[in-house]
Design a protein around this ligand. Structure first.
Ligand SMILES: Nc1ncnc2c1ncn2[C@@H]1O[C@H](COP(=O)(O)OP(=O)(O)OP(=O)(O)O)[C@@H](O)[C@H]1O
Ligand SMILES: [Mg+2]
Length: 253
């Protein structure tokens, strides 16, 4: 059976919003236009805009309104631009962003570790009895001068415990992991209703400064290799075992 790939972030977000339980974890996300950018900036102050079908963090831009009506700023890669008016901000964005369908999403203030932002990847797979199971959770620490945590943009794969230890004690960490696993399984079940051939997904989860988890996006071709970094080798081995059962042709070394 072919593994299903779903590219559009907007399409996947719509499916998650249909779940009452998951809705609260999904940051407001809509199609980018001049009007939606303006109203979302008024509402949230800080946003991320990104291609509907992006990868590796390419084209992801952080946009914010500066305090005291000092204007606006965006960051794309390491390039930062500031503007006095909304109109000049919009013109500036149109010059740098690829001309594709874009989304605008409420920005989450990510937790930091040694002054660098991080987010989490939750891997969820169908296990050998065909049930959804969260098989791994790992952190991604951003390059100090970047706004994305992606490995391909200089992010560093880091264990969950290393990143969370300054934010919660071991007991709270265990509970938090349990919560993330539950959200992962619920997300997989919800997406399978619409995309029945899914076998594995990877959630990008942001944790905000109040420790609330947010689902930034769901990848349908998640990279399992980042989990090879964990000292517990059993985690990656189990991922391989599950993958071998649902996609015998795919070579996961
Ligand atoms: N709303 C947001 N608030 C805070 N940070 C965000 C937000 N959206 C994206 N980011 C940051 O940018 C990164 C890349 O965003 P996203 O995962 O949506 O893009 P991508 O190009 O699809 O990446 P990939 O497919 O490689 O995972 C996220 O992992 C996160 O670090
Ligand atoms: Mg991502």
């Amino acid at each position: 059976m072919a593994i299903q790939r779903v590219v559009s972030k907007q399409a996947k977000t719509q499916v998650l919003l249909q779940s009452e339980e998951l809705r609260g974890y999904v940051p407001e996300t809509i199609i980018y236009t001049r009007q939606t950018l303006r109203s979302m900036l008024d509402q949230h102050g800080m946003l991320y805009i990104k291609p509907d079908s992006g990868t590796f963090g390419n084209g992801v831009i952080k946009v914010e309104q500066l305090s005291n009506k000092l204007g606006y700023r965006f960051q794309s890669g390491t390039k930062i631009r500031t503007y006095k008016s909304f109109d000049s901000l919009f013109t500036g964005l149109e010059q740098v962003r690829p001309k594709r369908r874009y989304l605008v999403q409420k920005g989450i203030q990510l937790l930091k570790h040694h002054k660098r932002r991080f987010d989490l990847r939750v891997m969820v797979q169908q296990n050998l009895s065909g049930q959804w199971e969260s098989t791994g959770i790992i952190g991604r620490l951003s390059h100090p001068s970047k706004i994305v945590t992606n490995y391909h943009s200089g992010g560093t794969i880091t264990p969950f415990e290393t990143l969370m230890s300054s934010h919660m004690n071991a007991d709270a960490q265990a509970k938090y992991l349990e919560k993330l696993r539950r959200i992962g399984v619920k997300t997989a079940i919800q997406l399978s209703v619409r995309y029945p051939n899914l076998k594995e997904i990877g959630l990008d989860v942001a944790v905000d400064t109040d420790l609330k988890p947010w689902i930034l996006e769901v990848n349908t071709m998640p990279d399992p290799y980042i989990f090879r970094r964990l000292s517990d080798k059993g985690i990656f081995q189990r991922m391989r075992r599950y993958a071998a059962a649902y996609s015998p042709k795919r070579v996961v070394k």
